[in-house]
Design a protein around this ligand. Structure first.
Ligand SMILES: Nc1ncnc2c1ncn2[C@@H]1O[C@H](COP(=O)(O)OP(=O)(O)O)[C@@H](O)[C@H]1O
Ligand SMILES: [Mg+2]
Length: 439
């Protein structure tokens, strides 16, 4: 993409409404624009990142055996009356009336709708287990939308729902999602720590929040240092095998958000020098809730002995749009964003330091053409601007690599390659640059 033909509305100054760094950079780097409180348009650059995150989530869901579908954003109140949640949900639910007076709502979550779909489509234990997910916009009329996309009113969520015949098997489905989440966040360059979460009236220990550490996080968290140093399972993980040992490896260490934090236990279980107390951002949440909705909504299957059995369910959420902000919180410096490669909107920023200089234009044109042809995503700054401004823009938008081309280097047949994260620079020949990024 040539920057001279792109749509990248940058802000020079820090927007006053932005309290945290990710919100500031998202506005300044032209990723989003607020449409109304807690509701954002995704501008081209932000949209590319959102789609990259979504793709990683999808790949890891599919790898774990979950099946994608798409449910609508608008739901009927009727279903929510069946589960008993229509009144309970309160003001966070955006309620709408259609032209014939039917009560509708903008879905804040999808337990009811998926349970309705499942009960209509599955009758026998032979069709179990199944895990269905979608990636769809949600609306929650938060009292205090803030921090940009971190706590929006409209936000993109991956929500999945597992259906099993018994608790034992449901636990396996839960473990599959646990492992899948570790992999998903790891692939985005994040260190997400699973922390025991409140299970409310359901009880049990099958609820975990996946938390990334950041000073601006909304939750206070406490954990064992070793969790931060632990590696996520590899791509070769066998989701059909017993995953409990892997889950135990993570849950054997102390980790809790302020809700469940027990200072005495923390001191007892974690040596002082390994105690981490920090702030965190919830990027995912998995939850086993048994037959809560299937009983209320009569979602039954015929078991092996002919008896009707209510299904055992779990739900699994990932904050896809929140992750865009979360990744910036975890990866930035004073000059701007530092995108981890797997989610970067473009891999390379190509800077032409002297537009109009024949040799420089030629070298840039050749690099742009050949890299693009090789499938490398390049944003080519071909605008007739000062070099200083170009450097600042590239650092702000945070592409992982910069290729800097100026008349001086070209004279000796060289261009400069800068790594945004480390700041390391090297001078390379044109061939060496092509080789570096296309092999
Ligand atoms: N208002 C919001 N804005 C952006 N992302 C959100 C918002 N609420 C929830 N999410 C994301 O969706 C995931 C699943 O939501 P859930 O656990 O149901 O929400 P909550 O923890 O707010 O009750 C959360 O882990 C979070 O990443
Ligand atoms: Mg949650």
């Amino acid at each position: 993409m040539r920057l001279s033909e792109y749509f990248l509305p940058l802000l020079r100054d820090d927007p006053k409404e932005a309290e945290i760094v990710s919100h500031r950079y998202m506005l300044r780097a032209g990723l989003i624009r607020q449409a109304s409180a807690g509701i954002y348009s995704w501008l081209p650059m932000g949209f590319r990142v959102l789609k990259k995150i979504e793709a990683i989530v999808r790949e890891e869901q599919n790898r774990a055996g979950a099946i994608e579908l798409l449910m609508p954003t608008i739901q009927s109140a009727e279903l929510w009356r069946e589960s008993g949640r229509y009144d309970d949900y309160g003001k966070e639910m955006l309620r709408i009336e259609d032209r014939s007076g039917r009560e509708m709502l903008y879905g804040p979550t999808n337990e009811e709708l998926i349970t309705e779909i499942f009960r209509a489509g599955v009758n026998s234990y032979r069709d179990l287990p199944r895990n269905l997910y979608h990636i769809q916009w949600k609306f929650r009329d938060e009292i205090r939308p803030r921090f940009g996309v971190m706590r929006g009113r409209e936000f993109l969520m991956k929500d999945g729902y597992s259906f099993d015949l018994d608790v034992e098997s449901a636990k396996h489905s839960y473990n599959q999602m646990f492992v899948s989440y570790l992999r998903t966040f790891d692939r985005m360059g994040l260190k997400a720590i699973p922390m025991a979460a409140d299970t409310g009236p359901i009880g049990g220990d099958l609820s975990h929040e996946f938390i990334i550490l950041a000073d601006t996080g909304e939750s206070e968290v406490f954990c064992h240092q070793d969790l931060i140093d632990m590696d996520a399972p590899g791509a070769d993980v066998d989701y059909g095998s017993d995953l409990q040992p892997e889950i135990d490896r993570w849950t054997n260490h102390y980790a809790a958000t302020d809700e469940l934090h027990d200072p005495a236990k923390f001191d007892e279980l974690v040596p002082r020098e390994k105690q981490v107390s920090a702030r965190g951002i919830e990027v995912g949440h998995i939850f086993f809730f048994g037959t809560k909705y299937t009983e209320a909504m009569n979602c039954l299957v015929q078991g092996p002995d002919g008896k009707q059995i209510p299904l055992q369910c779990g739900s699994y959420g990932i904050g896809v749009s929140r992750l865009v902000g979360g990744i910036i919180e975890a990866s930035h410096d004073e000059n701007g964003i530092i995108w981890p490669e797997p989610v970067a909107p473009f891999r390379i920023g190509l800077l032409n330091l002297k537009v109009g200089d024949e040799k420089t234009d030629e070298a840039c044109g050749a690099l742009y053409q050949q890299l693009t042809a090789a499938g490398v995503e390049v944003l080519y700054d071909d605008r007739n601007e000062r070099a200083g401004g170009k450097f600042a823009t590239m650092d702000l938008i945070g592409l992982p690599w910069q290729i800097i081309v100026g008349p001086k280097g070209i004279k000796s047949g060289e261009v400069e390659v800068k790594n945004r994260a480390s700041g390391d620079r090297e001078s390379l020949s044109m061939d060496a640059v092509l080789n570096k990024f296309t092999h």
